[in-house]
Ligand binder design. Structure first.
Ligand code: MG
Length: 234
């Protein structure tokens, strides 16, 4: 674990997790589903631009950017249809999998967090149906006291709204929360909410993710929450 930038000391009370690419290793599934959707709309698949256009963003934001980049307009009704189709296809795809691909070292990390009495939450641009499916199937649903999804905020990441709402739901000031994120829009959202953040190198290389985070780790197994707690309370 590398300390990049120490936040001001505050007692740590809650840990807020991003979902796609942080809790679940599903970016390849999303990439494929978005491209299938684009092809069905006579749009070009994202190819090499996928990271730039889609990662860390809600499907709505990503699709709006893609339509704009390809000089195509989309009205709200059509957008909602596309989002519903994407959400249904995601749930179907996950339903076909024998094992839900949550990161292998997440469970031990959650056990460790719970033993310290910290409150846990999820802040994501993913849809509630998809998140609930994953958390229920993996037996994790009860662990998270606040779950903020695409439906709960008007503006997705990098807007701070989702993080601020989760902090409010938990009754914890944002500066007493810790965010865990795998992408730049997510880290920017946490920062804009006044929340220190860990960058986890699940999606981007370590040296890239650490530039925008207070701490950087390769995986949950490397994340020393007790050391981070000491930084908050000292
Ligand atoms: Mg993510």
């Amino acid at each position: 674990m590398v300390v990049v930038d120490r936040p001001d000391p505050m007692p740590l009370q809650a840990v807020l997790f991003d979902f796609n690419g942080t809790i679940i290793d599903d970016e390849a599934i999303h990439h494929q589903l978005i491209d299938e959707l684009l092809i069905s709309e006579n749009l070009r698949p994202t190819g090499r631009s996928h990271r730039r256009l889609c990662l860390g963003k809600s499907d709505r934001t990503a699709l709006l950017d893609i339509f704009q980049e390809q000089d195509r307009s989309v009205d709200e009704k059509q957008m909602q249809k596309l989002l519903d189709r994407k959400s249904a296809a995601y749930q179907q795809r996950l339903g076909e999998l024998e094992t839900i691909p949550i990161y292998a070292d997440l469970l031990d990390f959650l056990d460790n967090l719970e033993s310290t009495g910290l409150q846990l939450g999820v802040v994501t641009g993913a849809t509630r149906a998809g998140v609930e499916l994953v958390l229920t199937k993996t037996g994790l649903a009860q662990r998270f006291k606040a779950i903020v999804t695409a439906e709960d905020v008007t503006q997705g990441k990098p807007s701070p709204d989702g993080y601020l709402l989760a902090a409010q739901q938990l009754g914890v000031p944002p500066q007493n929360c810790l965010a865990i994120e795998d992408t730049f829009p997510g880290l920017l959202a946490a920062k804009a909410a006044g929340m220190p953040a860990i960058g986890i190198a699940h999606t981007y290389p370590f040296h890239m993710i650490q530039r925008r985070a207070n701490w950087a780790v390769d995986c949950f197994a490397d994340l020393e929450i007790q050391r981070i707690q000491e930084t908050y309370s000292n």
